[in-house]
Design a binder for this molecule. Structure first.
Ligand SMILES: Cc1ncc(COP(=O)(O)O)c(C=O)c1O
Length: 320
């Protein structure tokens, strides 16, 4: 029974890394994809949920059976629903109605209470902007106070980037034997970018790390916001002051359009058998740009952040 895990929580992490040789055929260089959509909740955010809850329990910030509340675009909430369910904390997910319905239904199926918040007047369903997130944040604060809950706070809790430094980033280094020249990541909270960058540069400071943003909402690259309502769910919120980035270097910036992200996600599915979502596509599109530009001939790593199953109700996949 040595391979038997005590719960689904221990099944989080240790995801495979795959070479995208079919997509890079004819190009000079290599793209490595870390398949984080294979986590129990279907996304990399399971890692964050586990680290935040276990850290909070360890320091006594979260008491046995105390409720947990969090703002989510669905993935952190799904991770929290799993971790809180196993550990016995009632969990309330607060999410914008602009995120795909699969996410709300999955969290509810996993035992979470799901509170959906209307988007700002004029916002487009499927395109969650920073202003929409502010409304969700206000609701999350109200519910946290009303319930006497622990707020997981994925935009500020150190458990977020630490999960990616000690998990995602360290695994990438070990699994590749350090044979990585660059890393590119589409940012939401910036936890993945910060954690993986710290892990990789901690081993080899010459590894170049690139921040991926939606075209038209590339605030980190210092560009004006022309299109906050892009379709790449999970990030690109036009926030220029992400807490996790304060002491983390960014070696370069890449912009990806919604259409490029979708095309790349579809290529991942049809050519590589990798069923990721919009941001997985954004990361691949960015890596392809880099491989045809300043990172020609190099090896780039990207994270496949969540499962394509979470977007069956969207235009990412064809109707049949
Ligand atoms: C699908 C997806 N992609 C990308 C991100 C952004 O990751 P991070 O918050 O670590 O920057 C998230 C975050 O929720 C996500 O759910």
């Amino acid at each position: 029974m040595t391979d038997v895990l005590p719960s689904a929580v221990e099944a989080i992490g240790a995801t495979p890394v795959v070479r995208l040789d079919r997509i890079t055929r004819g190009l000079d260089g290599t793209i490595l994809a870390k398949l984080d959509y294979l986590n129990p909740g279907g996304s990399k955010k399971d890692r964050v949920a586990r680290r935040i809850i276990e850290e909070a329990e360890r320091v006594g910030a979260l008491k046995p059976s105390q409720p947990v509340v969090e703002l989510t675009s669905g993935n952190t909430g799904t991770g929290l629903a799993i971790v809180c369910g196993v550990k016995g904390h009632p969990f309330t997910a607060v999410m914008s109605r602009g995120n795909s319905r699969e996410r709300a239904r999955m969290m509810a199926a996993l035992g979470a209470e799901v509170v959906l918040v209307d988007q700002m007047p004029g916002s487009i369903p499927g395109r969650v902007a920073g202003g929409d997130l502010e409304l969700v944040e206000a609701k999350a604060r109200e519910l946290t106070a009303a319930r006497g809950a622990f707020r997981a706070d994925q935009f500020h809790h150190d458990g977020n980037w630490l999960a990616h430094r000690d998990g995602t980033g360290e695994e990438l280094w070990q699994q590749t034997g350090g044979a990585i020249d660059g890393f590119a990541d589409f940012l939401g909270s910036g936890g993945t970018y910060a954690g993986v960058t710290k892990a990789l540069k901690g081993h080899d400071p010459a590894i170049r790390c690139f921040a991926v943003e939606p075209a038209g909402a590339a605030v980190l690259a210092g560009q004006p916001v022309r299109n906050p309502g892009h379709p790449i769910q999970g990030g690109g919120y036009s926030m220029s002051d992400l807490a996790y980035l304060r002491d983390v270097p960014i070696d370069g910036f890449v912009q990806v359009t919604g259409e490029e992200a979708k095309r790349a996600a579809r290529r991942l599915a049809t050519e590589e058998g990798i069923f990721g979502g919009f941001s997985s596509g954004a990361n691949l599109a960015a890596a392809l740009q880099l491989l045809q530009g300043e990172m020609r001939g190099r090896t780039l790593a990207v994270v496949m952040a969540d499962s394509g199953l979470k977007y069956l109700s969207t235009d990412l996949w064809p109707e049949c």
